[in-house]
Design a protein around this ligand. Structure first.
Ligand code: URA
Length: 211
């Protein structure tokens, strides 16, 4: 039984995603919106995190509060577009660790090839969240999850902003136990493996490298 696909359909997320998708949204605006969206998505994606009890004093009385073990969390952006989701997530979880995965597509085999991998130590004690804004064919998400899974994190999740049926099917076939969080399941892939309607190339739009 495949793990759940969590559709984050909060009105704030849907509103900002619509503004982000527009083709005339500037690079500066795209960055700002993607930062806000990742903060909002972090809210849902971290719902499972364990809390530890701590004794504190308010100005009125002592009490027992609860804190997240932020240092046990690791965000793993898939380079380069995944970096666009990182700052917002770190803004709300500043103690989280960060790993990086670099993948490029081999133009002959069309398969993702790893060119960079750096994960923090002690992965079996950590909850890992792999982030990439677009789940298109799903091939790089599958490869990224293969790499993180090999490090045996305590838990593993995948977050994307926009997905499509093809990418979700691929991911669920290869990593059926990994929960997926997404703000949209779009119609399909086109012949160039772009999501339709999607938002274009997320990396180019975030870094301002589109022509
Ligand atoms: N990557 C993107 O940035 N956009 C798509 O539509 C598909 C893959």
């Amino acid at each position: 039984m495949p793990a759940a696909v969590h559709l984050i359909d909060h009105p704030l997320v849907q509103h900002k995603l619509t503004l982000l998708r527009r083709k005339d949204t500037s690079t500066a605006e795209f960055r700002r919106l993607l930062g806000e969206l990742s903060m909002l998505m972090a809210y849902d994606v971290t719902r499972h995190l364990p809390l530890r009890e701590v004794d504190i004093e308010t100005p009125v009385a002592p009490m027992r509060g609860r804190l997240i073990e932020g240092r046990k969390l690791v965000f793993v952006p898939v380079l380069r577009a995944g970096l666009g989701l990182l700052d917002g997530m770190l803004a709300v979880l500043p103690n989280a660790r960060v790993g990086h995965i670099g993948l490029y597509r081999d133009e002959t085999t069309l398969k993702p090839v790893q060119y960079y991998l750096r994960l923090p130590e002690h992965m079996p004690e950590r909850d890992a969240i792999v982030v990439d804004p677009m789940l298109a064919t799903g091939n790089s998400a599958v490869a990224a999850l293969d790499l993180v899974k090999a490090a045996q994190p305590r838990s593993l999740r995948f977050v994307c902003l926009v997905s499509c049926p093809e990418g979700l099917a691929n991911l669920q076939a290869q990593h059926p136990e990994v929960p997926v969080y997404t703000a949209a399941i779009d119609q399909r892939l086109n012949e160039r493996s772009y999501i339709v309607p999607g938002l274009g190339d997320a990396g180019d739009r975030y870094f301002g490298t589109q022509s």
